[in-house]
Design a protein around this ligand. Structure first.
Ligand code: RRO
Length: 337
């Protein structure tokens, strides 16, 4: 058993947000993160995501480092790329606590964070201050176009790509308007302002109707110039343990739907843009299944909470074994799938 697994009861004795803050404080220290992550670096893992070369297809999903403060240490753990944020045009405190709850037996969490973040000026200063140890994306979100553009303009120069978060389950934005038209406007406005790739993070679907609505959004994003799509955000659920009574479910229960979302979105967009799989991926076999379903990369967050930093070793080793024996790169497996 790894060190983190032995320490996990201690970590989990703390409230989730306290444990998360402690992890952030640790990640600010100059510890031997490369050794701690123990990721394999092998040519078989290299891949290309919308023109960005990655050492492996494992990304850190948005939400883990909402302040973009410790991406340098997370990069050293071995991630192929990192998504900081989500950042909004003005700082936000987020929702009242408790706003993260673990469901350990299910390998899941529910959060109702409500977009707490320090705003784009502080996030940009954090990104400027630290070295870039892996490609860095920044997730942004806001209700109005002008606010999205403001964050974009302050952050774009410090990032290799921007991920537009069109799917936060913990705000009411977008519920009362034509989301297709709004997304079209946002994507068009942003791609005009950059040569860097823009990704759009979509909500998950449960019913056939939702599936249609979300694949339609995927098509709108791709046709408006998005360079890639991330499928999917957390699943909205009722949760009495949250102060606000609702939240976004993440972790293992999402995995099957993630594969379905990757397939549906690839099919709907005719493979026009790459897809990042996100939702419940915690093993190399699951990561591989996503790549085989058509994803170019996978993003993890909740699995890092449950497995600790050695998750990078498990995922890169497992993928290396699978991809190294038979094909020459992750991209080969993806396009052959
Ligand atoms: O901060 C949040 O409440 C949050 C965001 Br922005 C998101 O995209 N997904 C999520 O589960 N929580």
């Amino acid at each position: 058993m790894g060190l983190y697994r032995s320490l996990r009861p201690l970590v989990f004795a703390a409230p989730p947000e306290t444990a998360h803050r402690m992890a952030g404080t640790l990640l600010e220290l100059p510890l031997p993160w490369r050794w701690i992550g123990g990721a394999t670096d092998d040519a078989a893992l290299r891949t290309d995501l919308a023109g960005i070369r990655l050492r492996n297809p494992i990304g850190l999903a948005a939400g883990f480092d909402k302040r973009c403060r410790v991406l340098h240490s997370l990069g050293r753990l071995g991630f192929g790329y990192l998504v900081g944020g989500t950042i909004t045009s003005k700082p936000r405190d987020g929702n009242p606590r408790p706003r993260i709850v673990r469901y350990s037996r299910r390998g899941a969490m529910v959060n109702s964070m409500g977009l707490p973040n320090p705003g784009p000026e502080v996030a940009a200063a954090n990104l400027r201050r630290h070295p870039r140890t892996a490609p860095r994306f920044v997730s942004i979100a806001d209700e109005d176009l002008a606010d999205v553009v403001r964050s974009f303009e302050l952050l774009e120069t410090h990032a290799d790509a921007i991920e537009l978060n069109a799917s936060c389950p913990n705000v009411s934005w977008g519920r009362d308007r034509d989301t297709e038209q709004h997304l079209r406007e946002l994507v068009r406005a942003l791609v005009l302002r950059t040569a860097k790739p823009l990704f759009v993070k979509l909500p998950p679907f449960a019913s056939d109707r939702e599936r249609q609505a979300i694949t339609a959004l995927a098509v709108v994003a791709a046709e408006s110039g998005a360079a890639g799509l991330t499928c999917s955000n957390t699943r909205p659920v009722l949760d009495r343990r949250q102060a606000v009574g609702t939240g976004g479910l993440s972790g293992r229960p999402l995995f099957e739907r993630t594969i379905e979302a990757v397939r549906a979105v690839r099919e709907a967009t005719g493979g026009l843009v790459p897809v990042n799989a996100c939702g419940g991926i915690s093993t190399a076999a699951e990561a591989l299944a996503c790549l085989k379903a058509g994803a170019t990369t996978v993003q993890v967050y909740t699995a890092l909470v449950y497995e600790g930093p050695r998750l990078l070793r498990q995922l890169t080793r497992g993928l290396d074994t699978a991809l190294g024996s038979g094909s020459s790169s992750a991209a080969t497996v993806t396009s052959a799938a």
